[in-house]
Design a protein around this ligand. Sequence first.
Ligand SMILES: [Zn+2]
Ligand SMILES: [Zn+2]
Length: 460
Amino acid sequence: MEIEFFGAAREVTGSCHIVRTGGKTILLDCGLFQGKRKESEEKNLRLPVPVDEIDAIVLSHAHMDHAGRLPYLTAKGYDKTIWCTSATRDLAAIMLADSAHIQEMDAKFLSKRNREAVQPLYDGDDARRAVEQMIGVPYKKAVDVLPGVSATFTDAGHILGSASVVLEAREGGSSTRLVFSGDVGRWGLAIIRDPQPPERADAVIMESTYGNRDHESIDGARDKLAKAVTETAARGGRLLIPAFSVGRTQEIVYGLHALALADRIPKIPIYIDSPLATDATAIFEAHPEVYDRNEDLVRTSNQLFRFDLVRYTRDVEESKKLNTMNGPMVIIAASGMAEGGRILHHLLHGASDPRNTILVVGFMAEHTLGRRIVERAPFLRIFGEEVPLRAQVEIINGYSAHADRTELQRWLGAVKGTSPSLERVFLVHGEPDAQDALAGQLGEHGYKASCPTPGTKVQL
Ligand SMILES: [Zn+2]
Ligand SMILES: [Zn+2]
């Protein structure tokens, strides 16, 4: 078996690893490169291998940095199977449609600005075709993705449907087991099951996003959420929460549900102002078979994301109406880093009012509006306007969906515990600082950890 590293090599985005075995080629993920515009545009146009050489694709989860280039492959003629879990397939259907829409809008904007036709990376039809090529399979069930090569998904504990992958190639009398972590989540998240580290690996490709830090505990997050709602309501203000539509939004809604049932927050309306979040919530509801049933609420309620305070707003008029309404309320809207989406309108109207609170529940990358909020900048620039930031800013760090360095070590330790000869670990999906720190830490624990650059080939 040969692995060639292509994307998410010495960086976080663009997850894509090429596996060759028995004369066949399999891709693990094919995600979008994100970040600096020009650079990622060029990277996104580059195919990992010619499309007619790809025999199968195995997808770890629906996030765009893992699945976001699949429609580009179908646009280029890839017509074979994409293997994933059923929940990943359903989430990918809405997320790829949304991504195609963004690609088309971007192309339109650039065409106008540059006065020449700019083609989108892919369109809605390509996205639909990619989803049609997906086959959803259950966790823990080995399926032959090619003759002599099987894939088994185990819970990665990261987002709904997320998986780690065991790729087993049988040649002659022997077999090689490659484990790909996907994005490793965390133990103790609500709704999402704990990571299930796969067994018996000969080598591991592991993510390293937080390879150099530890998170705040998950336990304090709900208390902080309750405090933010209660204090904002007491001031008669609005609680504005920028959140990714898939995952974080459902997690917050579920948390608010639990708090409302326990009478720990006042009865104020909660608006989920995002069509994508509304669709994503329906998909969460369609896959109770993958829920973690540790919490009472998950065991006893079949309406986790719907209760009397919550309203989902889909159309633009409804969304605009929120700005003319009085009284305290909670508004959850995308995008997660406040770089676009409806949250911008709410910030434009609400950031200057000291009664309001902006609640940060996710990572805010450098150079985003979200980061300006975290840094409590005196002014925010929104739609070309300078808006003074007078609202309170509260930050909850406990909501990460990624394992920290201690949790990654725990995950890998569990894989090693069942593997007689595991030494080689290839770190992917991390900034160089995080990767180098984790490689050092793993080295001290007896692993041979490396951080392959794009184009590196290794033989197993
Ligand atoms: Zn992810
Ligand atoms: Zn990722």
